[in-house]
Design a protein around this ligand. Structure first.
Ligand SMILES: [Zn+2]
Length: 497
């Protein structure tokens, strides 16, 4: 046999080389903005697909035992030397190939360990960063986890990664880990309590002191609302004498907006100033502040199923999560909001300490149901979102809960009738997500015009939907298998040897 001058893969790589040479020489300048953006997306997709090809090559390197033949101790070292890779990159590629390449046993080829993620990689839907984060989550799943849940976690992560950002995969993963590990065998509340601590380091010659620490979910849940209010741009700025200093002053919207326009501090500097202002001005509980119409306080939401099972997670309005046990402990302190939802997402309990909900119930219900900005993939938590009409007031939209939704300021600004504007609709009973707010992207972003919901704040819902799909599929498979066995049993065998 000839050594493959014209085999398909060699021809394909030569063609790829020629195409890339042409691409490098070509100019994108004559394209319209839309055409250029589409071109850039397509190029990104192709680059990601090439990663899948390279994953296959790593596997082939091992099948041929090239490391052994070159007298190199590992596949990673072989790749590092032959392709001039960094150690970290070579190790990462081998790790990815372990999970995403087909598995070869003598006489047979098996599906990759993570077949769904491998498929997403081949389709060019996910990047190397997505994959790294997905592998990290999958590695942390308990070894004793049943196969359905393991697959559900993988499908969930792969589906989310196909439309979401790599950084969100980590957060979704944390939620999945809590859900698949209701007994807390991975990390118990007691482990977290052991890890907690805040250290104010030695003051340096320049007067500054380092602060390091590990916050429990509980402390984070009460700390974040403080930052959400006092660390907003424009608030508590020591360089700006006109900047509002307290919650009460923050209600002067014009003053705050003007101060925000002058604010040049970093997020870390704003957090620092917020902590200072909180300790100086807000420690008096007789002066309750407000943030976007709600008193400062932690808003906890959880589903009834999770509460009954003492599994899963509760969510805070600023996007943090706590175990149900921690949430119940925190909610017992009566100055906080607690919202519990049944399976259909209807509020069973909207409680708030000793005070009445008057006037705030709609916003509270929205925070509990939507948890944050509803535009697909927006990460803004409820504390950075405001209540908006789905059908604008000016166009006859009523201030009913059915016509209200949460959106952050920048997303809300995207909704308009002009060119490039987004539209919002409430999804009907026939939708996969009834009652949720669907966002219709302008044609240059998504020509399909199909409304999309934001899964960013509802990772549990994604996991539940995936689980029930997998269980239904497995039940169907079992049924088919049973029927097949029955047929075999009843059909007379045509011949015997
Ligand atoms: Zn948003």
């Amino acid at each position: 046999m000839e050594s493959g001058g014209e085999t398909a893969i060699v021809v394909a790589v030569a063609a790829l080389r020629a195409a890339v040479d042409a691409l490098v020489a070509a100019s994108p300048i004559p394209l319209s903005d839309d055409e250029f953006a589409a071109l850039m997306r397509e190029t990104e997709k192709v680059t990601r697909q090439l990663d899948a090809v390279k994953t296959g090559f790593v596997d082939e390197t091992r099948r041929r035992d090239l490391p052994g033949k070159a007298n190199v101790s590992s596949a990673a070292l072989y790749l590092e030397q032959s392709l001039r890779l960094s150690r970290a990159d070579a190790c990462r590629r081998v790790r990815v190939a372990d999970k995403l390449a087909v598995r070869r046993l003598p006489g047979q080829v098996l599906e990759p360990e993570l077949a769904v993620v491998a498929q997403a990689q081949r389709a060019g839907d996910i990047s190397a960063d997505h994959i790294t984060r997905i592998l990290r989550v999958m590695d942390r799943l308990p070894g004793s986890l049943d196969i359905d849940r393991r697959e559900a976690a993988e499908v969930c992560l792969a589906e989310y990664a196909s439309t979401g950002w790599p950084d969100d995969v980590r957060k979704l993963g944390e939620d999945i880990l809590r859900r698949v590990d209701p007994d807390g065998t991975l990390c118990r509340d007691s482990d977290r309590q052991r890890m907690r601590g805040i250290t104010v380091g030695t003051q340096r010659v320049d007067g500054m002191s380092p602060l390091i620490g590990e916050l429990t979910p509980e402390l984070r849940a009460v700390f974040e609302p403080v930052l959400a209010k006092l660390a907003r741009p424009g608030m508590c700025n020591p360089e700006d004498p006109e900047s509002p200093r307290t919650s009460a002053e923050s209600t002067d919207r014009e003053r705050l907006e003007a101060a925000a326009g002058r604010d040049t501090r970093t997020a870390a500097q704003r957090n620092h100033d917020a902590l200072l202002a909180f300790l100086r001005f807000e420690m008096d509980p007789a002066v309750p502040g407000t943030h976007r119409g709600l008193p400062v306080g932690t808003i906890l939401t959880m589903s009834l199923t999770d509460l009954e099972n003492r599994s899963g997670v509760a969510t805070t309005a600023s996007g943090g999560t706590l175990s149900i046990g921690e949430a119940v402990r925190l909610a017992a302190n009566s100055t906080r909001y607690l919202a519990v939802f049944d399976e259909a997402g209807m509020p069973l309990h909207l409680g708030r300490g000793n005070n009445r909900l008057a006037g705030k119930a709609q916003r509270l219900a929205l925070i509990a149901a939507e948890k944050g900005c509803t535009r697909p993939n927006c990460t803004a938590p409820a504390t950075l979102s405001a209540v908006h009409h789905v059908t604008e007031w000016s166009q006859g939209g009523r201030t009913d809960i059915e016509n209200l939704t949460l959106a952050c300021d920048s997303c809300h600004a995207l909704v308009h009738d002009g060119p490039g504007g987004w539209k919002t609709v409430k999804l009907g009973a026939d939708s996969r997500f009834p009652g949720r707010t669907g966002w219709i992207a302008p044609p240059h972003l998504n020509p399909s015009g199909i409304p999309q919901v934001n899964h960013r704040h509802h990772p549990g819902e994604l996991m539940a939907a995936t689980m029930s799909r997998i269980q239904a599929r497995n039940a169907a498979e079992r049924q088919r298998l049973k029927e097949w066995l029955n047929r075999r049993h009843t059909t007379p065998t045509p011949t015997t040897e």
